[in-house]
Design a protein around this ligand. Structure first.
Ligand code: XMP
Length: 512
């Protein structure tokens, strides 16, 4: 692999993603890993990430000088650029000159390998206080700025290079090309990490792990569990059984999407458990949001455990498939060992004493790779590009008690909103658009000749990168108008449509 050493910036994961976009496999490792540990992985190259610190700050994360003695290609970025320069005998100083944000670099001489034939001046994204003042002996300076005399350097004979700017961010438009050139032309790595190779590798790994045993996968209707299941199905065929719990809190068409479209695309064995009444009974009389979540989580586990016992009685179901993604793995410490069951399942979390070995075929993948694998495996776009939907489903979008009638009302309004957003081509502009039914609020309206006394629904369109923060999406008025007109005409209980114009923070995305 290409190892991206994380010096504490939020950029390391992004660098790893960019390396993979250049079709080279990469992983993030903490800066506390020793040179011996890194070299034991037999890396094709090492990339030193940016970091928040000054190389002179007390306790600033350091780089083991042995790294540059091992004959492995090394690329430094920002803070990593400065560490590498120092390890090679160059100088980094507090010059007082800082660069933050958009900056123009100037190509030096021919630009070397990394900057050759790029525009003589072009924008890059900078974020540093200290500057490299003297390049190491034998290195060529390939780029400069007004503040940084060594904004780019390379030593192609020893296969070292670095840039002061952040090539991984979109604000550095030639950054991806620079990264690609380092990997291909300086490190000499052949691009081999393609979607097809990911599928082949994972299928082989799953076969080796599961052997002749059987596996269970809980499907939520979401992307991750669907792609994980499709991979395992490709590996072990009929020895996988998927369990889909219909808790009655799904949106219109979601059960069909799993039962018909997913099964048609994969040929997977599917058991659907119809638990709609059970969930409604358990939720009767409850309107507190946390209480609802707890009940839904608890009931989900009970239903899933029953399905699991039924299967175990029929075969050697020893494995449980989970759709854990690489960012979760990195964030929970990046362990490569066996994971214990975490409570990241879509609904409530699975119980801790579950007697299963885990299969996590997406453990090494980023979300965009998961989607590409899904398409490679023939899953429909509707599943692969599905927007996030909370595990407790419509249960936390009805403000007040959840009842069958209210679910029907909300499902109808939600389906209209989704239909109109899709036909206006807005799906890729929004992260998600919850529709919320204010079931305990009534307002007066007039329809035809009569007075109505119905409920409002709220549209909550948001734009976001990761759901941690979000902004309300400025939807075109004509689309809002169509949604509003259709909902008030077609959904009898609803006589008013409101728009939520709150960012997150302070509002969360969901209302409960
Ligand atoms: P909030 O409302 O916290 O939501 O801003 C952030 C993202 O998480 C989703 N969400 C959930 N997903 N179980 C889930 O699987 C939950 O209980 C849950 N609550 C919120 C929400 O849809 C948004 O994408």
């Amino acid at each position: 692999p290409v190892l991206v050493v994380d010096f504490g910036a939020q950029y390391a994961q992004l660098i790893a993603r960019r390396v993979r976009e250049a079709q080279v496999y990469s992983e993030v490792v903490p800066h506390t890993a020793t040179a011996a540990e890194l070299l034991a992985r037999d890396p094709a190259a090492i990339i030193l990430s940016g970091g928040p610190a000054s190389v002179y700050a007390e306790g600033a994360p350091a780089m083991d000088p042995a790294l540059v003695e091992a004959g492995v290609p090394v690329f430094g970025i920002c803070y990593g650029h400065q560490l590498l320069i120092r390890a090679l005998g160059g100088d980094v100083e507090h010059t007082g000159g800082r660069e933050y944000g958009r900056t123009e670099v100037q190509i030096s001489g021919t630009g070397g390998v990394l900057h050759r034939e790029l525009p003589g001046r072009h924008p890059v994204w900078m974020s540093h206080g200290d500057s490299v003042t003297t390049p190491p002996e034998g290195a060529v300076v390939t780029a400069t700025t007004d503040v940084s005399p060594v904004a780019g350097f390379e030593d192609t004979a020893r296969r070292f290079a670095g840039v002061q700017y952040h090539p991984e961010v979109a604000h550095s438009p030639h950054g991806q090309e620079v990264l690609r050139r380092f990997l291909r032309d300086i490190a000499g790595i052949r691009p081999q990490w393609t979607t097809a190779s990911i599928v082949d590798d994972q299928v082989a790994a799953i076969r080796a792990r599961v052997g002749e045993a059987h596996a269970i996968c809980g499907l939520s209707g979401g992307v991750d569990s669907a792609v994980a299941a499709a991979l395992v199905q490709r590996a072990i065929g009929d020895r996988l059984t998927c369990v889909f719990v219909d808790h009655g809190l799904l949106r219109a068409g979601e059960r069909t999407q799993v039962e018909r479209d997913f099964v048609a695309a994969t040929g997977v064995n599917l058991v659907t458990v119809d638990a709609r009444e059970r969930f409604l009974d358990a939720l009767a009389g409850v309107s507190d949001p946390e209480e609802k979540r707890k009940i839904i989580g608890r009931e989900f586990i009970r239903v899933f455990e029953q399905a699991e016992r039924d299967l175990k009685a029929r075969g050697d179901y020893r494995f449980l498939v989970q759709g854990t993604l690489y960012p979760d793995v990195v964030e929970s410490g990046g362990g490569t060992g066996a994971a214990n069951i975490k409570s990241h399942h879509n609904v409530g979390g699975l119980p801790e004493d579950l007697q299963f070995d885990l299969v996590e075929p997406l453990r090494l993948l980023f979300k965009d790779e998961v989607r590409r694998v899904g398409l490679e495996l023939g899953l429909p776009e509707t599943i692969v590009h599905r927007q996030p939907f909370p595990g407790p489903g419509l249960g936390i979008r009805i403000i007040g008690e959840v009842t069958a009638n209210r679910l029907e009302t909300l499902r109808a309004a939600d389906a209209i909103a989704r239909e109109e957003l899709t036909s206006a081509g807005l799906d890729s502009d929004i992260w998600q658009c919850p529709v919320v039914l204010l079931a305990e609020v009534r307002s007066v309206g007039v329809q035809g000749d009569g007075r109505t006394y119905g409920h409002p629904v709220v549209l909550r369109p948001v734009s976001s990168e990761d759901a941690m923060t979000a902004d309300w999406t400025r939807l075109p008025y004509d689309v809002l108008e169509r949604i509003s007109t259709r909902i008030t005409n077609e959904v009898s209980e609803v006589n008013r449509v409101a728009l939520d114009v709150t960012s997150k923070p302070p509002g969360t995305i969901e209302w409960e």
